[in-house]
Design a protein around this ligand. Structure first.
Ligand code: PMV
Length: 341
């Protein structure tokens, strides 16, 4: 058997309506909606060669040229649970080489782009999968979800929704769907990721999700996220920036409020996070320029703005926020995954 190499590049995404809280099998407690990025991505090469051992899954995993035992055993478990989907898994020796476009220490969650790229390579390697069928990306999205919930949204360009919603046709808890007919106001969005802290987070997102079980505000939070997801779909189609800002910022603060009010409470924001948030709000109020912040499960701040306000927002970031961040990743809306030749 010759070594077969399959490479995919999968972008990260930033949630506007946040997924926070999950049930068994990575089923989300509420729907979420994200923007797919372009410059923050993971590239994965899957190499299949002749199997040398009788191990159930013969896998070696390298992250940026170094063997990564911790991730290797996580991926082994993940592959073992998916054996029935992929006939080659117990016939070939598998080597995965993964690398990120952004520095490892940037404090950016890479599991969405990593699991997205792995799921794409796996389905691509499966000869029986019809890569041109409409179900292909849906199946990949579903598999990516099992590795990291938010990964399922990275399969589609621009904006993607994940989670069953009675008023969003075709929505599902198992895979994400693309948002169609996006208004031109939201088609050229930028995301400047201001890195304020590069250390790895002290509470994993799995732990964070589990703290929503029995959380005193969980029920209302899930109702709110349902309403906001539907509203955001409409906002993206009508182009209302003011409403978009309101949902994006409130979602970021609500996510962190959930962390701060859970039984084992914790705070991920840093003083610089708050400093940036305050400056962004007063810049917007004073200049009447559309720009807003959002947060992931960490202290770094994502600033979202349309192409039309790019120059003034980027000057503001470089001149007035410089003392608050260590580094900036100038990212923007993207078109989704790509096969690498
Ligand atoms: O995909 P996970 O399990 O790492 O969870 C991601 C959760 C948030 O990034 C905080 C929100 C989201 O919807 O992406």
């Amino acid at each position: 058997m010759h070594t077969e190499n399959i490479s995919w590049r999968c972008p990260s995404n930033i949630a506007i309506v946040k997924y926070w809280g999950k049930k068994e099998n990575q089923i989300p407690c509420n729907p979420s909606l994200s923007m797919t990025l372009s410059k923050s991505f993971t590239e994965v090469n899957l190499a299949l060669s002749e199997k040398k051992s009788d191990e159930e899954i013969e896998l070696e995993y390298f992250f940026e040229h170094r063997k990564n035992e911790a991730f290797e055993s996580r991926i082994k478990k993940y592959l073992s649970a998916q054996k029935h989907h992929f006939s080659f898994l117990n016939k070939a020796a598998i080597r995965i080489d993964s690398s990120n476009s952004f520095p490892h220490s940037a404090g950016i969650a890479s599991s969405a782009s990593a699991f997205g790229a792995i799921a794409l390579a796996l389905f691509d390697a499966e000869k029986s999968a019809d890569k041109h069928s409409p179900e292909f990306l849906q199946n990949v999205s579903s598999l990516a979800r099992l590795g990291s919930g938010s990964a399922c949204r990275s399969m589609f360009g621009a904006y993607a929704e994940w989670g069953k919603h009675p008023n969003i046709p075709n929505s599902s808890d198992f895979f994400a769907i693309p948002i169609h007919d996006v208004h031109e106001n939201f088609q050229q969005m930028h995301d400047a990721i201001l890195i304020v802290d590069e250390t790895t987070k002290k509470v994993s997102s799995s732990e964070g999700h589990s703290l929503m079980n029995g959380h005193p505000f969980a029920e209302n939070r899930f109702i709110q996220a349902n309403e906001r997801t539907l509203r955001l779909v409409k906002i993206l189609q009508t182009g209302d920036f003011e409403e978009f800002i309101h949902i994006a910022e409130s979602e970021a603060l609500t996510l962190h409020a959930m962390m701060m009010t859970s039984a084992n409470y914790y705070i991920l924001m840093k003083p610089a996070t708050l400093s940036i948030i305050e400056k962004v709000i007063s810049f917007r109020n004073n200049k009447q320029i559309p720009v807003c912040f959002t947060l992931d499960a960490g202290p770094n701040v994502h600033l979202l703005y349309p192409e039309t306000s790019r120059e003034s927002v980027e000057d503001f970031i470089k001149n007035e926020l410089i003392a608050d961040y260590k580094n900036v990743i100038w990212d923007k809306i993207g078109t989704g995954p790509e096969k690498v030749n």
